[in-house]
Design a protein around this ligand. Structure first.
Ligand code: NDP
Ligand code: MG
Length: 391
């Protein structure tokens, strides 16, 4: 295939590192055109030294002088860019044909949309941008003639199991698998004293701290149901969640004739990333072959909505419409960050999201500006509810 030039947004994160691991295995196929971080300049500089991109971006403007100086000290010709403007510039730059959206949180939304409008091959990990602006993203992909390749493992699995012609012919249901997280099997009262480090110790996957907490509350699956609704266009009633603790079956598609197709693999994000990078071809990812006899068994169970109310909150926000999912996402980002800082208990996460939705059930959602205003308003509501709870 052609040599692809990649803009990797969120290069210093967990998905960023897995992407670069796959890319480095295929120097004849991929070039790195741009790398971004938020504020961790030293980590970004060491990636620049190794991959020699044309541009590097820090979204925190305070980090820009150190980036520029560091690139100069390394003797690199890499341009130093800053802020959301810098991100959007590399996402739309004609010299990059592929954009990997691997920023965490709604902070990734404008650059994800910019890549879609510019018609890129868009590998989408940044699920919060879909939850915030799913309709706008689908429209931007259509208008920009972009190629959207989901790399969230469940959505990548579903993409692989849907009809190859892009239709939904004969599809009855999408079955999203959930590991259940580190606290699967616990009752609500056994979740009172969970610490951030306990919540971030996922049994199967090694990930950034925000998504690790989302996996522990099951909000990750709630965000993924909303993501699936937008990416695949099926109604919420046709999207179901089943707990599968081994995380080997990444998701399934149920057809009207009773056939159920699944995609399996070891729990390692490099499989989905290699699929998105090379599609429709297949390339080596470095992931070990699956050893079914060593696994011995697959288990399944229903999600426990009482101990983990976040999944139900996500379905309810999806049904409510009018921007309720944007409020849900913003309140969750505030709640997770407060939990990681020790300002909110683990069980306070669903309570805060529910309370935020009670105060602010939705708002205007026709443009990115309106959605960003709603996102900002929801963050203020959630922060003030935390303050009130601490007084
Ligand atoms: P990490 O926390 O490991 O990395 C986040 C990346 O985003 C870093 O490069 C970070 O820069 C950058 N970043 C953080 N805040 C901002 C901001 N405000 N503006 C711009 N950039 C920012 O996250 P993950 O790699 O775990 O997750 C990334 C996305 O992929 C998330 O949406 C997650 O839900 C999704 N995902 C992740 C999976 C995984 O296995 N990790 C699996 C499926 C989906 P810096 O280092 O400077 O802080
Ligand atoms: Mg996932």
């Amino acid at each position: 295939g052609p040599v692809r030039t990649i803009a990797l947004l969120g290069a210093t994160g967990s998905i960023g590192g897995s992407t670069l691991d796959v890319v480095a295995r295929h120097p004849d196929r991929f070039r790195v055109g741009a790398l971004s971080a938020h504020s961790r300049v030293e980590e970004l500089l060491s990636l620049c030294a190794r991959f020699r991109p044309e541009a590097a971006v820090v979204t925190d403007p305070a980090a820009w002088p150190a980036l520029r100086e560091g690139l100069r000290a390394l003797g690199l010709a890499t341009r130093a860019l800053a802020g959301q403007e810098g991100l959007q510039e590399v996402a739309a730059d004609p010299s990059n044909d592929t954009v990997v959206a691997a920023i965490v949180g709604a902070a990734g939304v404008a650059s994800t949309l910019a890549a879609a409008r510019a018609g890129k091959r868009l590998l989408l990990a940044n699920k919060e941008s879909v939850v915030l602006a799913g309709e706008l993203l689908v429209q931007a992909v259509r208008e920009g003639d972009a190629t959207l390749l989901p790399v969230d493992s469940e959505h990548n699995a579903i993409f692989q199991c849907l009809p190859a012609d892009g239709s939904r012919q004969g599809v009855r249901r999408l079955l999203l698998t959930a590991s259940g997280g580190p606290f699967r099997g616990r009752r609500r009262e056994q979740l009172a004293d969970i610490s951030p480090d306990q919540a971030c110790a996922h049994p199967n996957w090694s990930m950034g701290r925000k998504i690790s907490v989302d996996s522990a509350t099951l909000m990750n699956k709630g965000l993924e149901v909303i993501e699936a609704r937008h990416l695949f266009g099926l109604p919420p009633e046709a999207i179901e969640v089943v707990v599968h603790p081994q995380s080997v079956i990444h998701s399934l598609v149920d057809y009207v004739d009773g056939s159920v197709l699944a995609q399996l693999g070891n729990p390692d994000m490099r499989t989905a990333l290699a699929h998105g990078l090379a599609w429709p071809e297949r390339i080596e990812s470095g992931v070990a072959p699956l050893d079914l006899a060593a696994l011995a068994r697959f288990d399944f169970e229903r999600p426990d909505h009482e101990a983990f109310p976040c999944l139900g909150l996500a379905y309810r926000a999806l049904a409510a419409g009018r921007g309720a999912t944007a409020v849900l996402n913003a309140a969750n980002e505030v709640a997770v960050s407060a939990f990681l800082q020790g300002r909110l208990a683990f069980l306070g996460i669903p309570d805060l999201i529910q309370a935020s939705l009670d105060v602010l059930p939705g708002g205007l959602t026709d443009s990115l500006d309106e959605l960003l205003a709603l996102d900002a308003q929801a963050r203020r509501v959630a922060e003030s509810l935390i303050d009130r709870g601490r007084r």
